[in-house]
Design a protein around this ligand. Structure first.
Ligand code: NI
Length: 349
């Protein structure tokens, strides 16, 4: 609606991304194309044509090529929402406008995220400035995915208006997921970010506002990532340590300056392109394999509609749902490296 983030996404990336993924897993994980409706704020009124704000496998060799593409409408979408009241990326290096600069808290930590008011003790009530939720054990955190049949559901671009419905479902099913949250959405929905964390899910960083990092300067890349992390931490949870680059778009510059590992995906139902719950469920279930990471969007109502069937069917197949960090437990994640699944012998059955 306001920000034409799709315009920053070159069509060539889509073409290359499709080639890259089809060749490896047979999932047509097209990069952010034109067909999706409203990325993040599509409400019940239904969404104007625009772009999903994610998708597109990236990784080491996905979206960084330079060939042309026939995608002719990839830059026409617009979506978004009203200003959130905070400025965009500010100074390079990640200084944030939300008072959390320089925080170092990691997953599982309930402290170390700084407080907006230096010197203040942690407030006791949720929602109060500087309040930090107590450390929350992630569901299924004890599972060893080098042995167990694990799969990680991930949800991008939120929180959004429908995220609560998804959380209700995950909670009822005792299924943990990983949410790759946008910093500016975290500013809009801080309560939902806290809830994601408090209910045993993992919260990762999808950058501040979904720019294509491969098109930015090194300083701007750092700012997008760190500003996103700071905004998420400012909601009152540990500062995320996993990054999902928008569109999966990374290049040498992004890899060298990110300072975090990149969590990509191996299964993509293209939920932004096909708002069909049955199709989404079929795509996810049919491409599920142990160790894989599934991409979808909690900003998409039909995606959430699909999840009861996804969960039921994968449970019937013996899968254990885990967060990305649990999936990767025992793997030494390297900053600037892209991970599409658990990189072990059991991930490619
Ligand atoms: Ni996205």
């Amino acid at each position: 609606m306001i920000r034409p983030w799709l315009s920053g996404f070159p069509a060539r990336k889509k073409a290359l991304a499709v080639i890259a993924v089809v060749g490896t897993v047979g999932v047509a994980a097209a990069a952010c194309a034109n067909g999706g409706s409203g990325g993040r704020t599509a409400s019940a009124s239904g969404a104007k044509p625009s772009s999903a704000r994610s998708s597109g496998p990236g990784g080491q060799n996905g979206p960084t090529g330079s060939t042309g593409s026939t995608n002719s409408s990839g830059s026409t979408g617009s979506s978004g929402r009203s200003a959130t009241g905070t400025s965009g990326p500010s100074s390079p290096g990640g200084s944030a406008s939300q008072g959390t600069t320089g925080n170092t808290g990691g997953p599982g930590s309930s402290t170390g995220n700084g407080t907006p008011n230096p010197g203040a003790t942690t407030p006791a009530s949720p929602g109060a400035p500087g309040y930090r939720l107590p450390a929350t054990p992630r569901k299924n955190a004890d599972v060893d995915c080098s042995v167990a049949k694990c799969i990680a559901l991930t949800f991008d671009d939120g929180p959004g208006p429908d995220t609560g419905r998804l959380l209700d479902l995950l909670k009822a099913q005792n299924v943990p997921a990983t949410f790759f949250v946008l910093g500016d959405q975290a500013v809009r929905y801080p309560d939902m970010v806290r809830r994601e964390y408090a209910e045993g899910n993992e919260v990762g960083n999808h950058t501040w506002d979904h720019k294509d990092l491969s098109k930015l300067s090194a300083a701007a890349v750092r700012d997008e990532i760190n500003h996103g992390a700071d905004a998420i931490a400012a909601a009152g949870i540990p500062r995320p340590t996993l990054v999902r680059p928008p569109y999966g778009a990374v290049d040498d510059t992004v890899r060298s300056v990110a300072g975090f590992p990149f969590i990509m995906w191996r299964v993509d139902p293209e939920d932004w392109k096909y708002p069909d719950a049955a199709r989404i469920a079929d795509q996810i279930v049919s491409h599920a394999k142990p160790g894989r990471i599934v991409l979808s969007h909690d900003t998409r109502r039909t995606t959430i509609d699909a999840m009861p069937a996804v969960i039921q069917r994968l449970k019937q197949e013996g899968y254990t749902f885990v967060t990305v960090s649990t999936l990767m437990k025992g793997v030494s994640l390297q900053n600037g490296t892209s991970y599409f699944n658990r990189p072990a012998g059991n991930s490619q059955h």
